[in-house]
Write a protein that binds this ligand. Structure first.
Ligand SMILES: [Zn+2]
Length: 384
């Protein structure tokens, strides 16, 4: 029982849909729905509430009863602009026992393994369902998956969700959570020889960033999770824009920050610190003009993933994978969102994260074979 003949074909089909996060994924979803229909699976869409031409898709195979398995991955990929590819990123190539193409590792390789397994799932006497749960907008902060994960948690009540981000088929049970956003500072322009007549948005932003630096330093002695590199929470400012001229007090400044917190650390605590500093600076700004101010705009929050606490489940997965211990990873995935929606969630997927987002992105064929094998054995042990 292998699906190896099929996964190459499925991956080539998926790569041919250029589903960069800012474009529609509806053609790809329709393609999967057509495949699912051939095997008697039920499809449910969870459309983008912002009206974008994007949707999450749940493909359910087996009886519609509570419990069962969720196999999940995202349909979107990162852009190829500015990268030097040695061929068409949207036409899969095979080279040195690897498949090349945008999304090969992140994470159409896993989706292709799920789709290749579908006919095998259909042929099993499933006692509980298998749900393939495919999301959109993962690469822009996991902003699409929420309603689908909630529906699964409330209605399908699966006993396990496997998120297939690249782990080289290791069991990953913990990762950091991410929160990202912009801080907008509005000042008042004035000639730079007269600083008291205006509010310098760049100088205020610098004060706020200095506070973020202090928070970052303190995180080194905050909560830690062994196995994540680095084991403590981090916060960074990675982008800044402000000012219009060398001798005018800046009217506007905005900067982008991201924090990656270990399970057990508190986003609210960090945001509280950032807000407290803003609250200290604002009265003096408003004394010059009531239009001045500081606004924090949280763009997305990805909850951290902590171990489920179900040792028997972990032991079963490790045995199926031929591994001895679970791992933790520094990058965020949608697994934290599934866990928050009320189901045990783990990350297990083919390929290595180092290949994600790269020009000439590729995945080892052997990794996809290992994944396909795992999916069939997991289905046999969990739901049939
Ligand atoms: Zn990914």
């Amino acid at each position: 029982m292998t699906a190896d003949a099929d996964f190459a074909r499925r991956l080539a089909e998926l790569i041919a849909f250029p589903t960069v996060s800012d474009v529609s994924n509806l053609d790809l979803v329709a393609h999967i729905e057509a495949l699912a229909a051939e095997h008697g699976a039920t499809c449910r869409r969870f459309d983008d509430p912002q009206g974008g031409a994007k949707t999450n898709l749940v493909v359910t195979i087996g009886p519609e009863v509570a419990g069962g398995l969720v196999l999940s991955g995202h349909t979107d990929v990162v852009p190829v602009t500015g990268q030097s590819w040695t061929g068409d990123p949207w036409a899969m190539r095979t080279l040195n026992h690897r498949f090349l193409g945008r999304g090969a590792t992140d994470m159409k390789g896993f989706l292709a393994c799920c789709l290749a397994a579908l006919p095998h799932f259909a042929g099993m006497a499933l006692k509980r369902p298998i749900h393939l749960a495919f999301s959109y907008d993962e690469e822009v902060g996991c902003t699409g998956v929420g309603p689908m994960a909630e529906w699964l948690g409330q209605n399908a009540k699966p006993s396990l969700a496997v998120i297939g981000e690249a782990t080289e088929m290791d069991l990953v049970t913990a990762h950091k959570g991410g929160t990202i956003g912009w801080t907008y500072v509005t000042g008042k322009p004035a000639h730079s020889s007269q600083p008291d007549k205006g509010v310098n948005a760049v100088m205020i932003a610098a004060e706020l960033i200095a506070e973020i630096n202090r928070i970052a330093e303190e995180m080194r002695s905050g909560p830690t999770v062994e196995g994540i590199d680095p084991p403590f929470s981090t916060i960074q400012v990675n982008q800044i824009e402000g000012g219009s001229h060398g001798n005018i007090l800046a009217e506007h400044c905005k900067f982008f920050w991201e924090m990656r917190l270990v399970p057990g650390d508190s986003v609210e605590r960090v945001l509280g610190r950032m807000k407290a500093r803003a609250d200290m600076l604002e009265p003096a700004m408003k004394a010059v003009t009531s239009d001045a101010g500081i606004r924090l705009d949280i763009q997305s929050r990805i909850p951290p993933l902590g171990p489920s606490g179900d040792d028997a489940l972990e032991a079963r997965l490790l045995a199926l994978l031929g591994r001895t211990a679970p791992r933790a990873v520094p990058y965020g995935t949608e697994a934290g969102i599934f866990a928050a929606a009320g189901m045990p969630a783990v990350v297990i997927g083919p390929g290595t994260i180092a290949d994600a987002h790269q020009p000439d992105e590729s995945i080892a064929i052997e990794q996809m074979a290992a994944c396909s094998d795992f999916l069939l054995r997991l289905a046999a042990s969990e739901v049939s």
